[in-house]
Design a protein around this ligand. Structure first.
Ligand SMILES: *[C@@H]1O[C@H](CO)[C@@H](O)[C@H](O)[C@H]1NC(C)=O
Ligand SMILES: *[C@@H]1O[C@H](CO)[C@@H](O)[C@H](O)[C@H]1NC(C)=O
Ligand SMILES: *[C@@H]1O[C@H](CO)[C@@H](O)[C@H](O)[C@H]1NC(C)=O
Ligand SMILES: *[C@@H]1O[C@H](CO)[C@@H](O)[C@H](O)[C@H]1NC(C)=O
Length: 438
């Protein structure tokens, strides 16, 4: 009896052993021991309704993104972790809400701090797992000393330290209010507008060096595309898996003027800017397709909703107009916790893995990117802290439709009110909007 059992066991194990090479495929995403590459593209101030696939208005300006939606999965209930820039980006890179990672406000040009150094970024986790890591674009998580991206897990960095309206340029572009160009020679150029920065010319960094100052806004998108393509090329040639995180300048103001003059059909600045962004994403996707298709997971999303005070230079919230709000002179957009402030476009593209032309209604968030990417990379989450997202790979691969459940879980005994507008702020807001747009 004992022998028979052992024989059966032995045969069984041998049989499974033979099968093993055939089933060397795990939900974690590692096929034949190859770790997947990740490209995470984050648009700035883009509205849910700006994506043609989400909200089909008469002019569609996002042909490449719409194609990506048809070739992958589009999430319609996907949310930023905050409705302003720095907190949203800090959450993406730490997988934690602002109340936990310490970033609840935007950093300024004069900030000497940044994302707290005790936080571990997604790039650091992947670097440990053998990845080549790159960041191209707007950082906005502190730019001095140890807060610079090169010290936060990125082997390569090319971009601007904060928003491109936080410094003057030679070609100011469309903004609301319009801001003057950088002063030339002895000519002072002080703007009376509170929102215009004339003291510091916007710098462009490559790793730790400033390579251009002021930035030429007209050629920034082209430079981002060029560097992204180079990075993907170099990383692929190195034989190591890579993470590329891109913080686009689009659709934040100012919107560069060349975009409009280059547009033969004379579209309005916002539409022309949207087309330029779409083309930039298209170029990156093409490079991925040519270099590392089927082993690269491309994720496109936004940092928060459109910036209502920028009027015709702001994007569309789609159906999330918050009529009650707008009738009161308020807004359901960026800087608010109303739907249009944090519901953002989101697309996942990974040929052969993410099913094509699927719309997912699963409730997911930018906070889920960290645990999902870490799981797909076969790495593990730091054990000494709480993460606010979930591993969404089952949803991405079409095996589940369940994202977060609607009931909010209590966060360390307090509720997260960090980004809910206070009444005085709301009233100031209302007055500003009325002054600006009406
Ligand atoms: C790091 O410090 C910040 C600010 O003091 C705090 O909010 C956060 O919880 C700390 N993070 C970790 C991982 O301990
Ligand atoms: C800025 O870039 C545009 C587009 O590439 C170019 O035509 C222009 O000459 C550049 N301006 C400067 C000051 O280099
Ligand atoms: C890619 O590699 C080339 C050759 O080593 C180097 O000159 C270039 O700076 C690299 N580019 C990026 C974006 O890593
Ligand atoms: C995607 O799905 C929609 C509706 O489900 C369909 O109308 C469309 O033709 C599909 N597109 C492609 C490229 O398969």
């Amino acid at each position: 009896m004992g022998w028979l059992f052992l024989k059966v066991l032995f045969l069984g194990v041998t049989f499974l052993g033979c099968l093993y090479p055939l089933v060397d495929f795990c939900p974690g995403g590692e096929t034949r021991g190859q770790k997947p590459n990740f490209v995470i593209i984050l648009a700035d101030d883009m509205g849910w309704g700006d994506l043609g696939a989400n909200w089909d208005t008469e002019t569609k300006d996002t042909a490449n993104l719409d194609k990506m939606a048809a070739e992958g999965m589009r999430f319609v209930d996907f949310h930023a972790a905050a409705s302003t820039c720095s907190p949203s980006r800090a959450s993406l890179l730490t997988g934690r809400l602002g109340l936990r990672n310490g970033v609840t406000h935007n950093f300024a040009v004069t900030s000497v701090g940044g994302l707290p150094l005790n936080e571990t970024t997604l790039a650091e986790v992947l670097q440990q797992a053998g990845y080549v890591t790159g960041m191209i674009g707007k950082w906005h998580l502190g730019h001095h000393g140890p807060y610079h991206p090169n010290f936060r897990g990125f082997d390569y960095y090319f971009g601007i330290p904060y928003s491109h309206d936080m410094g003057c340029t030679d070609t100011p572009g469309y903004n609301h209010p319009p801001c003057p160009a950088c002063p030339r020679g002895d000519r002072p150029s002080r703007s009376l507008e509170r929102d215009c920065y004339t003291d510091v010319a916007l710098p462009l960094y490559e790793n730790l060096n400033i390579v251009e100052q002021p930035v030429n806004l007209s050629s920034l998108a082209h430079k981002y595309a060029e560097k992204a393509i180079q990075f993907i090329q170099n990383a692929s040639a190195s034989g190591r898996p890579f993470l590329l995180y891109m913080g686009l300048a689009h659709m934040h103001v100012p919107i560069s003027r060349t975009q409009l003059s280059a547009d033969a059909r004379g579209r309005r600045p916002y539409g022309a800017g949207l087309r330029e962004m779409d083309s930039l994403v298209g170029q990156i996707k093409d490079k991925v397709d040519r270099t590392a298709k089927e082993n690269t997971f491309l994720w496109f999303t936004g940092d928060n909703g459109p910036w209502a005070q920028k009027c015709e230079l702001a994007g569309s919230v789609g159906p999330f107009t918050g009529l009650w709000q707008t009738h009161q002179g308020g807004s359901p957009a960026k800087q608010t916790t109303w739907e249009g402030g944090h519901r953002v476009p989101a697309l996942a593209y990974w040929p052969g893995r993410v099913p094509v032309n699927v719309t997912s209604t699963a409730l997911l968030s930018v906070l889920d990117i960290f645990p999902t990417v870490v799981a797909l990379a076969g790495a593990s989450l730091p054990q000494d802290r709480h993460f606010d997202g979930l591993d969404a790979s089952e949803v991405l691969f079409g095996w589940s439709q369940t994202g977060h459940r609607a009931e909010p879980k209590p966060v360390m005994g307090t509720s997260d009110r960090s980004s809910i507008m206070s009444l005085p702020l709301f009233l100031t807001w209302k007055m500003m909007l009325q002054k600006l747009c009406l």
